[in-house]
Design a protein around this ligand. Structure first.
Ligand code: PMV
Length: 320
């Protein structure tokens, strides 16, 4: 029997614009993890038990398009093995909430399978495999989730369009670099409890962009500038600047139409309780809202967010 895990992730700055070739910054959430276990099976066929969602998925036949079946088949192919396996996945990461649960479960599965067959896979190889299933969850993913989770480090991610004016995600290789966090900082992550598929918000932004490319491109440029300023502030340890940059990034996301009443209720409550700045994180319309907080404000911010309807609030230190 072999086991492996993978972290969750949070996008600090730059979601949506990243699909159009602008940079984004994301960090791993090391304490929030997905787990996978692989055992050999005597009977024919391989099956995945996903008890969190009450599902049993057959790898080879019936559930052929299921992302977990797909990642298992792709990994076995990559490893060059055929086997009858009993796979079990479990996750501490809330699904469809912008914390990378899909990519984390897939990454844990790839790692457990590689370990089971005693093969070392590099983060880039794992990321490429997981990207294939991200397409099934997301439609046209930028690749940021699989990257930050497979590398398990703070990542600046950018996909530059092959041709000017083309959608960046269609171009081949992303530019991935680690970014420096000079001074750790505290985030409160509040879950709206609304599962909002990224595919839908990404699709809506696409339609908006198709309708008025110039306006959307200028919003993406404004977000790119925020990302650049945030990266500089993080490298210099000028953490106070991050809060205002988050709030500016949120305003830009609102103009893209991916915020929601529920997100804004949480933002208002968190800021009133002492959070210094905040924004939605990930696809938007639901999922999670992140707040830059001073550690001593955590209890009151946490309480205010729960009272305002957050189904969970995680307080975590980034950059340690
Ligand atoms: O919802 P999440 O956390 O998986 O993030 C989606 C991020 C987007 O920029 C909206 C889409 C993407 O593929 O990068």
């Amino acid at each position: 029997m072999t086991e492996a895990s993978a972290c969750g992730k949070i996008i600090l700055f730059g979601e949506h614009a990243v699909v159009y070739g602008r940079p984004a910054l994301a960090v791993p959430l090391a304490h929030l993890r997905a787990h996978a276990r692989v055992e050999s099976r005597a009977a024919p066929g391989s099956i995945i038990h996903a008890r969190d969602v009450g599902r049993e998925i057959w790898v080879d036949t019936r559930d052929t398009d299921d992302p977990l079946a797909v990642i298992t088949r792709l990994t076995l192919k990559k490893l060059g093995v055929r086997a009858n396996l009993e796979l079990t996945v479990a996750s501490e990461i809330p699904i469809a909430s912008g914390l990378g649960s899909g990519a984390a479960i897939s990454t844990a599965l790839v790692r457990a399978l590689a370990a089971h067959f005693q093969t070392a896979l590099a983060p880039a190889e794992i990321s490429a495999l997981v990207y294939e299933t991200e397409k099934l969850y997301h439609g046209t993913p930028s690749g940021i989730d699989n990257t930050v989770i497979a590398y398990e480090q703070a990542i600046r991610f950018q996909r530059v369009a092959a041709e000017p004016g083309s959608v960046a995600i269609r171009s081949a290789t992303p530019t991935i670099s680690a970014f420096q966090i000079e001074r750790p900082f505290t985030l409160a992550i509040a879950n709206t409890g609304i599962a909002s598929p990224t595919k839908i918000t990404v699709g809506d932004v696409r339609r908006g962009w198709e309708h008025d490319a110039a306006r959307y491109e200028s919003i993406f440029d404004a977000i790119a500038l925020i990302v650049q300023q945030a990266q500089t502030a993080l490298a210099r340890g000028e953490n106070e600047t991050l809060a205002a940059l988050m709030t500016r990034n949120q305003r830009a996301l609102e103009t893209l139409g991916v915020s929601s009443r529920e997100i804004e209720i949480l933002l208002e409550a968190g800021l009133r309780a002492g959070a210094r700045g905040g924004k939605l994180s990930g696809g938007g319309r639901g999922g999670n809202v992140i707040f830059y907080i001073e550690p001593e404000d955590a209890p009151q911010v946490q309480r205010a967010l729960s009272e305002a309807g957050a189904v969970s609030v995680i307080v975590t230190t980034i950059g340690t």
